[in-house]
Design a protein around this ligand. Structure first.
Ligand code: NAD
Length: 358
């Protein structure tokens, strides 16, 4: 099969980690007989320097014309003082908007070889976990009506959801669960919030009518926050609103250990998604070949699985990463305390390429 992939490396370590990931994707394409055509576009600080704006039209057009987008990270101290509407981060929000991405996927997986780095109790980490948070991205309280009274001593923000908004993110969650262990936990606060009661009714109606093969349960958000720490192996797919997902996805990712290992995806109505590591542009290590490429490589694996329906190819990449870690190879950010040697970022990419059989 042939796919057109837009690369948006961005700033800081972005070009290093995206460059390594392209080598991994090319190796997999060759092995499985596919063709990936890559086109590179500027966004973020580097686009401000080149075009005077963080998200130039050429980048928008290139991403819209692609089958999916792989993004590194944007931002850095050089652009910290530009005016708000010109900030590098505007490129991310702008891309999500023009690509119509309303679902955010954040996996949290404990790599067995890195159980030591997990902040959970050893007996809980030893059980392992592999959960996926599906967060609604464009509605809810972050986008609702807001304001202050005339005196400025009272303020309000509004949580609002329509059935259509809930249905489309719930549908994404059910579809993803079918590609995993067929279990969805819908997280809400239906004991207090009317929007949560509509959320729960809607998710159940959809589950019963269209996804009877997927196990569906509900959990209040306060309980979910506890269970992610007490019993993370319970979860397969969690589906939740914008604000609850924002908080739970950061919690779930931090319990795994390293920021350099965590992938993410944003999806919409079409199969075209935007895939990116959850970390930023790490200006403190940019240009030093210290950046761990694994989060970006695993983001590319998500692209193959969720946008291109290439499950075997995604498994192949994920297994190569797990095997390299199991063999004890580490970058600086995940080395054991006191370890005297570690791989550079490009060294880690090379190890993964060797594991893939180059
Ligand atoms: P950061 O994620 O860039 O870095 C936090 C720490 O983690 C740093 O010590 C960094 O060296 C380390 N780190 C991050 N990724 C790593 C990797 N792959 N390998 C090894 N170590 C890694 O967060 P920050 O320092 O708060 O932000 C730096 C810049 O990135 C800011 O301009 C911020 O706005 C931007 N940012 C962008 C995104 C994005 O593009 N999605 C997300 C977060 C932050």
């Amino acid at each position: 099969m042939e796919f057109n992939i837009a690369l948006v490396p961005g700033d800081g370590i972005g070009p290093e980690i995206v460059g390594g990931t392209v080598k991994v994707m090319e190796s997999v394409a060759e092995k499985f007989g596919h063709k990936f055509n890559f086109s590179t576009y500027l966004a973020g600080g580097c686009a401000i320097d080149a075009y005077g704006e963080p998200l130039p039209k050429v980048t928008v057009d290139g991403c819209l014309a692609s089958d999916s987008v792989l993004l590194g990270a944007v931002g850095g101290p050089k652009w910290d003082h530009v005016p708000g509407n010109m900030r590098p981060e505007k490129a991310l929000l702008g891309l999500r908007k023009v690509l119509g991405l309303y679902t955010n996927l954040r996996p949290a997986v404990i790599q067995p070889a890195l159980a030591d780095a997990c902040v959970l109790r050893p007996d809980i980490a030893a059980k392992g976990f592999d959960l996926m948070i599906v967060r609604e991205l464009t509605g809810g309280i972050y986008f609702g009506e807001r304001g202050r009274n005339e005196a400025g001593d009272a303020a309000f923000d509004t949580e609002a959801y329509s059935v259509a908004e809930i249905e489309r993110v719930a549908r994404s969650a059910f579809e993803i669960a079918r590609k995993r262990r067929s279990h969805v936990t819908s997280v809400d606060k239906a004991n207090v919030l009317e929007t949560s009661r509509l959320w729960r009714e809607t998710v159940h109606r959809l589950g019963e009518t269209e996804y009877p093969d997927v196990t569906l349960d509900d959990m209040y958000v306060d309980n979910a926050a506890m269970q992610i720490i007490r019993a993370p192996s319970f979860f397969d797919v969690i589906v939740t609103s914008n604000m609850f997902g924002d908080i739970l996805s950061d919690e779930a990712s931090q319990v795994t250990g390293s920021i350099g290992l965590l992938a993410s995806a944003s999806l919409g109505e079409t199969t075209r998604g935007m895939y990116e590591p959850i970390h930023g542009s790490a200006p403190d290590i940019a240009g030093k070949d210290l950046a761990n490429p694994i989060a970006t490589i695993l983001s590319a694996a998500m692209m193959l699985r969720y946008s291109f329906d290439l499950a075997a190819e995604a498994d192949f990449i994920e297994k190569a990463v797990a095997d390299v870690l199991a063999a004890g190879w580490r970058t600086a950010d995940i080395k054991a305390p006191g370890a005297e040697t570690w791989l550079s970022g490009s060294g880690m990419t090379e190890k993964i390429l060797e594991q893939l059989g180059k």
